[in-house]
Structure formats: structure tokens, C-alpha cells
Design a protein around this ligand. Structure first.
Ligand code: MRU
Length: 357
């Protein structure tokens, strides 16, 4: 069983301890979140990030908010509204908050705090189990992919970070990679930097710690590698999958999907059921988070003395657009890897019906 090297989040009394992902990969720093506002800030500033982990953190955020004994409807409504506003695209956030609401709403006020901790813990444990199941199903899929070179490792390209850091378990897109490596199936990963926030560095950090061979590439190198057939498959995570299969994920995903499609390379999206949004008909209806210009202007890293700092790239007066996600049309998606199995876009409607039943 996969155990997170460091828990991405855990309860600590009436608070929550999270791994601060804005300090990675340079420093491993945990942060205690003692109030609703702390949790909301940690999500919106991306100390806690990745769709499944955002959902888990939001669920714990409700528990933190109610821990003071304030279990009245007004306190519950306030906590749900504050957390719901933190990040708009990852549907796991709304999914987790709706589930907390449904669990708590009909309870007597004095029973809500205990129930909130229990439900948040259940969401966290289920997320870990879903990741493990995605890993097992994805491993079966990886075994079917053709390798372009005789006797060499399977080459997988990924984008952003959909590993253990983004979940309460072993990750989504990286779960099949971890499962394959545990089984001795050689896998090598191409990791795109993922400007502007460079979550690819988180992926590289995870893979290095696990001893998995990987190569960091500038985002713009992906097209050439795919065109040359130097990659056997692309695996990415998702933040929201519309009813027709259009998939929102970290900005840059769409370009990889286009290049993979042009080169006839499989492009799979790995995500738990909580990332599917039957209430959103198609990609055009997905709200794409716009983030601050500063994220484009500055890079973070270590200077020559090993001190952590930020460096301005863009000249004063520059303007930037910073959409955090893009939407890959379903026609470019070879299939979905979920905890319930692997299926193609044409099977999505049936899958959503089964999930609802
Ligand atoms: O903005 P982020 O870093 O939260 O975005 C993360 C992604 O886009 C991931 O690919 C997605 O959330 C899936 S994580 C298992």
C-alpha cells in the first residue's frame, strides 16, 4: 500500500496541518491552519493545491470553522461560502462542500462539529482509496501501450502535478506510474515545467524521491517530443470534467492533447468520480480561474547562496494574462482512468448514470 512520504494534510486538535506547497521543492515546511480564514487562504494562495486535495482541505476547513462550537446555520453557511469562493475551477471543492453540507445540515447544532471532523476524515480516506484504485486500473492500461524502442522503459509525459502532493493518496495521473514502478514495469516520465507556477517541479521532486527516472522539459518542448514519437503516452489529471468529456486541467494541457492527437499518441485523463461534473454540459460552461499577473512576472527559486527568493522576469510596466486552466475538448481525450475503471468518451454518459444510481 502506498503511504505518503509526508501527509499532505492531517488533523491537529481543532486545526489542520498541511504541507506548504509554495515552499517546495526547495523547503519542506508544514503549516498549522487554526481558523476558517487560514484554510481559505492556504487554498487560494495554493499552499494546498491539486483538485482532490483542495476538496479534502475544504472539508476539513468546515470542521475547523465549526470546532469552536459554532454549529448554528449561520456559521455553517459562512464556512461553506468562504471556502467555495477560494478557487472556482476544481469541482472537487464544490463536491466536498456539498457533501459536508448534506451531512451536517439536518443534525442538531451541537452534533455538527464532531460529525464534520468524521466526514472530512471519511473524504480524506476515500480520496486515498480512489487514488490507489486509479493506480491499479491505470497500471492495466500502461501494460497495453506500445513502446517505440525495443526493451526500453515506457515513456509517459505528464503536465503540472497530479501526484501524491495533489491528493490525500498516491495521486491521480502519477498513480499508475507509481503502481508500475512497484511492479517492476520500467517507466520514465517527461515532466513539463508548467509555467507560470512551475508545478512540474513538484512532480520532479516527487519522482526523484521515489527513484523514478524522469526528465524535466520546458513546456514548449512537449510538441517536438510528441511529434518525434519520443513519448508513448500522455497522462494528466483534471480539475473538472464536463458531462460531454471536455476536460479542464492546468493551462498547457490542451497543447499537449493537440500534439498527442496529431502524433497519434494516447492521451488519458486520470481523475476520481468527484472530478466529473454532470451539472456542467460542456467545456464552454467551465469557469476558468484567472490569477494574478505577478505569477507570470516572477519566478521563485534558490540563488547562488542557496537562499530562497523571487526574481522578476518581466520589465516594469509589462502586462500579463494568467488563466490557470485550459479546456481540452473531449475529442482529443483517448479515455479516462477512474477508480471505477478505464473507459472512453463514448462510455461517459453511462458512467455518469452509474455514478448517480
Ligand atoms: O492550480 P493547481 O496546481 O491546483 O492545478 C492542479 C492541476 O491542474 C492538476 O492537474 C489537477 O488538479 C489534478 S491533481 C490530481
Amino acid at each position: 500500500m502506498f503511504v505518503q512520504p509526508i501527509a499532505t494534510l492531517r488533523r491537529d486538535g481543532d486545526g489542520l496541518i498541511v504541507l506548504d506547497q509554495t515552499r517546495l521543492p526547495w523547503r519542506v515546511v508544514e503549516r498549522r491552519l487554526a481558523t476558517l480564514e487560514d484554510v481559505a487562504e492556504a487554498i487560494s494562495t495554493m499552499q494546498v493545491r491539486g483538485a482532490p486535495l483542495i476538496g479534502c482541505a475544504a472539508a476539513f476547513g468546515v470542521a475547523v470553522a465549526l470546532a469552536s462550537g459554532a454549529g448554528a446555520d449561520a456559521a455553517l453557511d459562512h464556512a461553506l461560502a468562504v471556502l467555495r469562493a477560494t478557487r472556482p475551477t476544481a469541482v472537487n471543492l464544490a463536491w466536498a462542500l456539498n457533501r459536508m453540507d448534506a451531512c451536517l445540515r439536518l443534525l442538531p447544532h451541537n452534533a455538527r462539529s464532531g460529525a464534520a471532523w468524521a466526514e472530512a476524515e471519511a473524504i480524506r480516506a476515500e480520496d486515498a482509496a480512489m487514488c490507489a484504485a486509479i493506480g491499479a486500473h491505470g497500471l492495466g492500461l500502461l501494460r497495453t501501450f506500445k513502446r517505440t524502442g525495443e526493451g526500453r522503459a515506457l515513456r509517459v509525459m505528464t503536465h503540472c502535478n497530479a501526484g501524491w502532493l495533489a491528493t490525500a493518496g498516491m495521486g491521480t495521473a502519477l498513480a499508475p506510474v507509481y503502481a508500475a514502478c512497484a511492479e517492476g514495469l520500467g517507466v520514465e516520465v517527461f515532466v513539463s515545467e508548467t509555467r507560470p507556477r512551475n508545478q512540474g517541479l513538484l512532480t520532479a521532486w516527487e519522482l526523484a524521491a521515489a527513484g523514478i527516472r524522469h526528465t524535466l522539459i520546458a513546456d514548449n518542448a512537449a510538441g517536438l517530443l510528441l511529434m518525434r514519437g519520443e513519448v508513448d503516452a500522455v497522462l494528466v489529471g483534471a480539475d473538472r470534467i464536463a458531462a460531454n468529456g471536455d476536460t479542464a486541467n492546468k493551462v498547457g494541457t490542451y497543447l499537449k492533447a493537440l500534439a498527442a492527437h496529431a502524433a497519434d499518441i494516447p492521451f488519458y485523463v486520470a481523475a476520481p468520480v468527484s472530478t466529473f461534473d454532470p451539472g456542467t454540459a460542456c467545456g464552454e460552461a467551465i469557469s476558468v480561474e484567472e490569477r494574478a499577473e505577478e505569477e507570470v512576472f516572477f519566478v521563485h527559486g534558490l540563488d547562488g547562496e542557496g537562499c530562497l527568493g523571487r526574481l522578476r522576469l518581466a520589465p516594469e510596466g509589462a502586462r500579463a494574462a494568467n488563466p490557470a486552466f485550459d479546456v481540452t475538448p473531449a475529442v482529443l481525450v483517448s479515455g479516462f482512468i477512474t477508480e471505477r475503471g478505464v473507459f472512453g468518451v463514448e462510455e461517459l454518459a453511462g458512467f455518469l448514470q452509474d455514478v448517480r444510481a
